[in-house]
Ligand binder design. Structure first.
Ligand SMILES: [Zn+2]
Length: 301
């Protein structure tokens, strides 16, 4: 993704105020975060995972195995993307848990990492964190009952190969948004919730300003209700990410992204995007907020 508006606001380092929350919630967030972190560790162990790589194929197998054992129906959506690096095979993963209604709620992330030549990029946060958290959420979601159909989507080809542009970025999400628009599937989506770079141990998420306002309102209200307002800042910043093609297809969508990773965002797209920069707590906090938002959306008529 890239920052579209340079409103750089230095966010204060949030202090963990666990005392403000109830014990059950704290335990639940901690367990969810730990489980997500274990998935991130497994995924990062595959090494750099650019589109078309053997490491990404292994990650895909790992993701699909976990989704199936959680009880989701999985589908691999493969296509060839014309990129500045040539024709690259890509595969989105779509996991479905059918509800009573064919109205859907989509949770999404990208699972590939940026191709780099000068250094080894393992994308613990950028590519790893969202994938790990969605896998941990898959188990929680499968153990609940929802009226709506829940879909988890793992996009390939989010990153640019050369330089970010409308054509060199968001390959997987553009492909799926077009397909779902053509089939009418996009009109069944009540909300599309994207997560990206949400594992930073110094978690501070701004309201992404392309995102659908009522959905941002719901997320920020939920975060405040759960006692997490210090991580969900009351300031905005615009980021181009995998939600954009869905917004363009008329789907209500929001992007939860902490695009303030290390001093002056220095860890982003660098050799420093490693496991030691992440925390299970951050993953757990974002996960608990998402679960509560999905519950509220499911009750919404
Ligand atoms: Zn990236």
């Amino acid at each position: 993704m890239r920052l579209a508006i340079s409103t750089v606001v230095l966010a204060g380092i949030g202090l963990m105020l666990w005392g403000a929350m109830n014990l059950t919630q704290v335990k639940s967030a901690a367990a969810l975060g730990e489980e997500a972190m274990q998935h991130v560790e497994r995924i990062v162990a595959f090494g750099p995972r650019p589109a078309g790589s053997e490491a990404l194929r292994k990650s895909r197998e790992y993701i699909i195995d976990n989704l199936r054992s959680a009880g989701f129906i999985t589908e691999e959506e493969s296509f060839t993307a014309l990129t500045p690096a040539g024709n690259i095979p890509m595969t989105n993963i779509i996991a479905t848990l059918p509800g009573r209604s064919d109205r859907t709620i989509v949770l999404a992330t990208h699972y590939e990492t940026k191709l780099t030549k000068q250094f080894e990029f393992v994308g613990a946060n950028d590519g790893g964190s969202g994938t790990g958290l969605l896998l941990a959420l898959a188990k929680r979601i499968a153990n609940s009952t929802y009226e709506r159909t829940i879909r988890l989507v793992f996009f390939d080809g989010e990153e640019a190969f050369f330089e970010w542009s409308a054509l060199d970025s968001l390959y997987g999400s553009r492909h799926l948004a077009e397909k779902w628009k053509a089939s009418g599937e996009s009109s069944k989506i009540g909300a599309f919730l994207l997560i990206d770079m949400i594992g930073d141990s110094n978690l501070n998420i701004r309201r992404e300003s392309h995102s659908t306002p009522w959905l941002n309102d719901m997320i920020w209200r939920t975060a405040a209700r759960l006692g997490y307002e210090q991580y969900f800042l009351p300031i905005s910043g615009a980021v181009e990410d995998d939600h954009i093609p869905f917004l363009q297809a008329g789907v209500p969508a929001a992007d939860l992204i902490d695009f303030n990773y290390g001093p002056s965002n220095r860890y982003w797209h660098s050799a420093d995007d490693t496991l030691d920069k992440l925390s299970a707590q951050s993953l757990g906090i974002v996960g608990e907020v998402l679960l509560a938002v999905v519950e509220e959306l499911d009750e919404k008529q």
